[in-house]
Each structure stands twice: as structure tokens, then as C-alpha cells.
Ligand binder design. Sequence first.
Ligand SMILES: NC(=O)c1ccc[n+]([C@@H]2O[C@H](COP(=O)([O-])OP(=O)(O)OC[C@H]3O[C@@H](n4cnc5c(N)ncnc54)[C@H](OP(=O)(O)O)[C@@H]3O)[C@@H](O)[C@H]2O)c1
Length: 495
Amino acid sequence: MPEESRAVIIIFGGSGDLASRKLYPALFNLYRRGVLAEHFAVIGTARRPWSDEHYHEVVETAIAGLNPEPAQAHAFAQHFFYQSHDVTDADHYITLKNLAAKLDDQFATGGNRVFYMAMAPDFFETIASHLKSEHLLTDVGFNRLIIEKPFGHDYASAKELNDSLTATFDDDQIFRIDHYLGKEMIQNLLAFRFDNTIFEGIWNKKYIDNIQITLAEAVGVEERAGYYEKAGALRDMVQNHVMQVLSYLTMDKPKSFTTNDILAEKDKVFAALKPYDLATAKANFVRAQYVGAEVDGKAVRGYREEEGVAADSQTATFVAGKIMLDMPQWQGVPIYIRTGKRLTRKSTQLTLTFKPVAAPLFGQSADSKPDTLTIYIEPSEGYSLQLNGKALGTGLTIEPDELRYRHDPKAAAAAPEAYERLINNVLEGDQTNFTHWSELSASWHFIDAIQAAWSQEPNMPTYPAATMGPQAAFDLLSRDGREWFWQPHRVQMAD
Ligand SMILES: NC(=O)c1ccc[n+]([C@@H]2O[C@H](COP(=O)([O-])OP(=O)(O)OC[C@H]3O[C@@H](n4cnc5c(N)ncnc54)[C@H](OP(=O)(O)O)[C@@H]3O)[C@@H](O)[C@H]2O)c1
């Protein structure tokens, strides 16, 4: 049985989409596992005037998909309290403080507080400053802040936000969410890299020709146009998820599996990002926006036809780029990244292509391919290794063979979801799987240079829905004599 956590958890945005779709199910799973038991209470706050009873119904509906025992779902919901609250109104924080103190007594939570900002980012600074001015942080127990992405929209705004949060919270009290870091296979990356003799020695420029990171979505912008129009693929995906994955793939072995040692190695990667100027950014980063196409006999709308999107929108829904690291072990190894909406298939996968053998025994065969290792993050989870072998028969023809492993889908589906792991980490005070200011500031500097280059380009390139992006994304590799390993638009390949 895990140790029970004690806390009053205050969710700003308790009536929102994130709370219902992710947070309440995650909290319920923690309750089922005994991480949360008797000594916790959740205060949901938002403007709409709900009663506690209505809030209980909302919570029970949100967890219905987990097929709970009715009595357990009911008992869980009794830990939830709702307070109608406009976060810009100082008076409400006094009521909130009193309610938190009352629940602290009632549930014996030891003065522990978790503040979860599950609202639009425009409100983060207001909430943080009111938490300080109205003295919502306790003197006994812990105070921890969970903050959702996006963390700023450029370096300057991210710095301003960070300064305002650190005026209220110490850095070790701030848990900046990048939900990719809660994914099973991302957490597995360090184990995979550093607990396998066969990889440890060859994970460097001597053996690796290039690295490819693909985060492909098949869906369009859905209901998120309001946010996405201002963000675009570069800020929405590259600044955070892609950069985090890149650091896990290229960091050196940490001295120990502790937050500080892991962060120290990740920081070296972020510091080594070779910055681009306007000209080199244009040459090494490609953007585009999807346009309508017929997919499986059905018309799919283009981005500019989506609800909430401007008819002349200049927002990129696709990015591909080449990133170089100024680190001795990675000199000259390109890291190609791409991410976008309305691509051929949904898949997050990472491929390392190894250099060819200097003097192959069977000579260079047209059929031999470079060794490649692919790590599948989602929807399937696992690895595959493409190697050269001798084709069956009397001749000595070389052909690629594949060693393939996938987690059992049923077992993978039963494993904790990203938000469950991350909230658990917060309750334990473990910051390993959260982003730190040093990483954020470095990645924003890198991203700002690309954004600045793009803002000089008047025309937004396009790609048809259900393809893998514009031709320029393929040219980016072909001019280096390489190609994308995963090409689902051309051939049926594993994902
Ligand atoms: N949804 C997701 O899957 C997802 C995924 C990743 C990150 N995020 C991030 O999570 C955050 C929340 O997203 P969301 O999708 O849950 O947004 P949402 O559905 O629009 O929810 C916003 C919440 O804020 C409340 N609110 C708005 N103005 C308020 C005010 N002045 N005072 C008090 N409450 C106010 C709303 O309730 P009232 O209208 O009742 O006030 C609602 O509960 C955002 O930062 C988003 O980027 C969301």
C-alpha cells in the first residue's frame, strides 16, 4: 500500500475542461490506489455559481469512464468542495483561505496545500500575487503550485511570469507541467538508455548519424482555436515537448537518479542548443499550415476554415527543423524534428539512425540499410531495431531485419496516465518530471529566434490535410543526403 498523502488541493478552473477530463480522473485513480484516502480535500473554484452537490455530480460524471464502484465514487466526491470565485477579486481569496483552513481541520491535512492553476495563462500572475497578498500559503506543512502550459509565449513573457510566481513561491515549490514528462515511454527513456550495456557506449556522434523526433497529430485544431491561433505549432509543441524529449535523448548519464543530477545534465543540453540568427533560422526551420483535402472520401476542412480561426491566419500548424548541439559528444549530429496537426497518422516516435559500418564484410549492398532504433511513445509504446542480416537462401544478399517489442496494449492502458503520475509526484514533492526555469529560458531564447525569422516572411506555406507536411520538410533532410525514417504517407509502416 502506498503512503497516504495529506493535502488540501485548490483547483483554479475547477469547472473547466482540463479539470473534468484529466484532473478528476487522475485524482480518483490516486484515491483508488490509496495515495489519497481520508486526509485530503479538493476545493474547485470558478465563477459559475455551483453548489457542492452539483460539484459532486460533476466529479462523479468526470470519473464515470473509469467504471468506479458507485459507493467508492460517492465517497470520493464527498472530499470535493466548490467555491464560486472570480480570481481577479481579492475578497474571494479570504473566503477561500477560510474554507481551506476549515477543511484542513476537518480532514487533518497537516497544513499542506496544493494550488493548481488550471485556467487560461492570463490569470496565472493575478492568482499568484493574490495568494501572497491574502496569505493563503500556510506556515505549517507544504505549499506547492502546479502550473499548466503555456508558460509564456516568448522569453520576455515567460520571464515576467516566472518572476511573478517566484515572488510568491520558492522555486522548489513550483511544478511546471509538461504532460509529456508524465508519459510512460518518456519516463522509460533514461532506463532504456542507461541500463542497457549495448546502448551506453554507442549513444554519441561516433556511431549515430542523425536523430529524428516526430510528434504527429492526425486531428486538426478542434475546439482550441482561441489558444492555438496565438501559439501555433512552434510554441505549442516544440518549445516544450520536443525540447524535453530532445534533452532526454541527448543528455549524459546523471550521477544519480535525483532531480538535481538529472536537471544538471539536461541543463547542459539546453545550454548547448546552437542558436540561429534570422538567416540560419529560415534555412533550418520550415513552417506550414494545413489546407482542406479529401481524406477517405470525406472533405476535411483547412485550418483557415476551422471555427475561431481568422480567414487570413498566419499561424503555422506544422514545423520541421534541424537542431544542432554544441557538445563534444554530439558535434555534427543533426537532430531533425517535426510536429504538426492534420498529418497522415497520429504517432510520437523517435528514431536514431546509426552510421554505416566502415568496411562491411559483404560490401556495400543496395539492399542494406543503416541500423536504426525507433522508440515509440504513443499511441503504441515500445521499440524496434532495424538491423542487416543475410537473406534466407544460398546467396549472400543482405536484407533489413526488424527486432520489435511493444508493450501489451491492455497492460499499457491500465498503467497510470500522465496526470496521475504528475500529481502523485507533486504530492511526494518530486520535481524530476517537471520543467525548470533554466530549461524554459534556454528553449524560449532558441524559439524566439525562429519566430523572429518567420515574422519577416509574408507568405504562409501550406500542406494538404492528411499528408506529412510540405515538400520543404522533406527537402530539409534530402539536402543533407538523408530522409525521414517514418513516412506513413508512402508506405504502411509501424507506429
Ligand atoms: N483542456 C486540456 O486538455 C488542456 C491540456 C493542456 C493544457 N491545458 C491548459 O490548462 C488550462 C485550463 O484549460 P481548460 O481547457 O480547462 O480551459 P477552460 O475549459 O476554458 O476552463 C477555464 C476555467 O477557468 C474558469 N475561469 C475563467 N475565468 C475566470 C475568472 N475570472 N475567475 C475564476 N475562474 C475563471 C472557468 O470557469 P467559469 O467560466 O465558471 O469561471 C473554467 O473553469 C490552460 O492553461 C490550458 O492551456 C489544458
